[in-house]
Design a protein. Structure first.
Length: 150
């Protein structure tokens, strides 16, 4: 009966050991996804800040030369944006901003429409542009689980 107990306890120990190794791998995978998500959220906020900067640059009317910016440091990362009006109405523009935070990149695109070129009140208005459509593009390849063995 003594050998049976030793074998049983040994088998249970091996099973618990394998179970704990699986839990550790799962914890590392979840931590990696959480880290990537947090960094991408920050990169998205940086890109949204770039859209706001572009709208501010455009001012209260559509400028002849549409603004662009490259590599401005913002919120611990960098932002770049390009404004174009290809394929849009005369009172619209497309702002494509790229936010980078700790190597994670998010591209935020906004189509903005000129609401009015006249001053509504005595207060200075910084911009007459309103976002019509916005989209964000995340790098899906970053979510690949590096802890899964193939």
């Amino acid at each position: 009966m003594g050998n049976a107990r030793v074998i049983f306890v040994g088998a249970v120990s091996v099973i618990l050991g394998l179970y704990s190794v699986g839990l550790e791998r799962a914890n590392r995978a979840v931590a990696r996804v959480a880290e990537v998500h947090a960094f991408q959220m920050q990169a998205e906020e940086i890109a949204k800040g770039g859209v706001a900067l572009a709208i501010n640059q455009m001012g209260t009317s559509k400028p002849n030369t549409l603004p662009a910016l490259t590599g401005l440091s913002m919120f611990g990362g960098t932002v770049s944006y390009v404004v174009d009006d290809q394929g849009l109405a005369a009172d619209e523009a497309r702002i494509t901003a790229q936010g980078v935070y700790l190597g994670h990149t998010v591209v935020h695109e906004a189509v903005v429409k000129l609401t009015s070129v006249e001053a509504v009140s005595k207060k200075k208005k910084w911009s007459n542009w309103q976002a019509v459509k916005t989209t964000s593009k995340f790098g899906a390849a970053e979510f690949v689980n590096q802890f899964v063995s193939e």
